[in-house]
Design a protein around this ligand. Structure first.
Ligand code: PHE
Length: 442
């Protein structure tokens, strides 16, 4: 069956890929990991990692998708010079990891909807103790989590099933400008706060003595998560690109947008923290508990800010959630020659099931097992680096170099050889070490 769903426009592709990259990782995870890892030193390493490893790995995914013109399994099978069946398998594994992320990401989105509701109804707590209780209640409130997660799941699957042009591209063309505008507004507000200069210093003052192997490893993990790498998303999106697209330029825009949003989120959150008193290393609760309390204490204006902020967070999360469905949906649609809608239904059922199990585990139905943490650990420490390892080894060793070169179409110029060495030798070794270290094996 010919692939339906059509193709992206170049701006649509950039916005959709940036939409995938910009998500809860930028706003929730990045500031809290940076807060815990001591600020500037982590940030500097993170930027270096994004530029050298992240961007290089992103290009490997684009090359495979753009040259293979299908989801990961079929693209890798077509392009592999040897071991076709094994690469096809790896393609399924990579695509499947996106759905695993989706299964718990959708729960975080459901909590954000809960926070939008609280902000609208004036229900945010005024002190962190009370806010912690509210946060715990939101996590264990089975009814609203199931309700909101169910609505978001149905909505995102429906959008992706509609296709690239009518579904994914249209959504991103509307939501991405909205997200950028809201973040710009928040940056302008943050600049006026007393704590802004302290936030700047916290993020941009580099204390090299704070750089440790642990900081480097967590920066690599973060760069993969934030750029949505290792889970065949960029690969699947690139399969729907029109001929003649400049892959390198697209990466530059995506990385720029993703990094800008991370910087603005960090500056905004730390400006708030340094202005109103709080700890940058408050962990996962930094956004929900610390920021939520600050908004509540700012009165009506604060509640307004809270609504706008959590809406931006929800939009950013939805554009990422949508991207997590595409790799598997596209692969099923092509492999089994069924329509995107059918593929969507087949995929939605196991995804919803997994998600339900995670929600129940948060409600204490499986004792003390928190499946969200377990899945996040599996993804960040095993599946995403493994996906990165897969695409770099594939492009470096198992794809015809001429095909790789013609796919990039001379756009890297003299840097092609450097990139190729990075992909063939350096990145795989680095990623392997990172994986072992993330698993605590070295
Ligand atoms: N990049 C997204 C974020 O920052 C999360 C994500 C990770 C999406 C991996 C897809 C794959 O929130």
């Amino acid at each position: 069956m010919k692939q339906s769903g059509s193709t992206f426009s170049s701006i649509g592709f950039i916005l959709a890929t940036a939409g995938s990259a910009v998500g809860l990782g930028n706003v929730i995870r990045f500031p809290f990991v940076m807060g815990e890892s001591g600020g500037g030193a982590f940030f500097a390493i993170y930027l270096l990692t994004i530029l050298f490893i992240g961007a290089s790995v992103m290009l490997t995914e684009m090359v495979i998708g753009y040259a293979g013109k299908a989801g990961a399994p079929s693209s890798m099978e077509t392009l592999a010079m040897a071991g076709k069946q094994k690469w096809k398998m790896m393609g399924w594994v990579m695509s499947g990891s996106s759905n695993i992320i989706f299964s718990y990401y959708v729960i975080l989105l459901a909590w954000i909807v809960g926070y939008i509701w609280l902000s609208l109804t004036g229900g945010l707590a005024h002190d962190t103790k009370e806010a912690t209780v509210i946060f715990e209640n939101i996590q264990t409130d089975m009814f609203s989590t199931f309700l909101f997660a169910g609505i978001i799941l149905a909505g995102t699957f429906a959008i992706v099933a509609r296709g690239i042009t009518e579904g994914i591209e249209k959504l991103n063309l509307v939501l991405m400008p909205a997200i950028l505008l809201i973040f710009l507004g928040m940056l302008i507000y943050a600049v006026t706060l007393d704590g802004f200069s302290e936030a700047l210093a916290f993020m941009f003052h580099i204390d090299w003595s704070a750089v440790s192997t642990k900081v480097i490893i967590s920066a690599v993990g973060m760069s993969f998560f934030t750029l949505s790498l290792g889970s065949a998303i960029v690969l699947a999106y690139s399969a729907s690109l029109p001929k003649g697209t400049n892959l390198v330029k697209s990466i530059a825009y995506v990385v720029l947008l993703d990094t800008s949003i991370a910087i603005v989120s960090g500056l905004m959150i730390f400006s708030f923290v340094f202005t109103y008193g709080g700890s940058p290393s408050a962990g996962f609760g930094l956004v929900f508990i610390t920021l939520g309390t600050m908004f509540a204490n700012l009165g009506t204006l604060g509640h307004f800010f809270a609504v706008v902020f959590f809406m931006a967070l929800l939009f950013a999360g939805i554009t990422s959630a949508v991207s997590m469905i595409e790799p598997m949906l596209k692969s099923i649609h092509i492999r089994f020659t069924i329509s995107r809608y059918k593929a969507g239904v087949y995929l939605a059922v196991p995804t919803a099931l997994l998600s339900s199990i995670v929600i129940l585990s948060l409600g204490g139905y499986f004792g003390a097992v928190n499946l969200m943490d377990k899945l996040d650990y599996l993804l960040s420490n095993v599946l995403l680096p493994l996906g990165g390892l897969t695409t770099t080894v594939f492009v470096g060793w198992f794809m015809d170099k001429h095909v790789v070169e013609s796919t990039i179409n001379g756009k890297l110029g003299v840097f092609f050889d450097l990139w190729y060495i990075m992909v063939k030798y350096i990145a795989p070794v680095l990623l392997f070490i990172v994986m072992l270290s993330l698993l605590g094996l070295i």
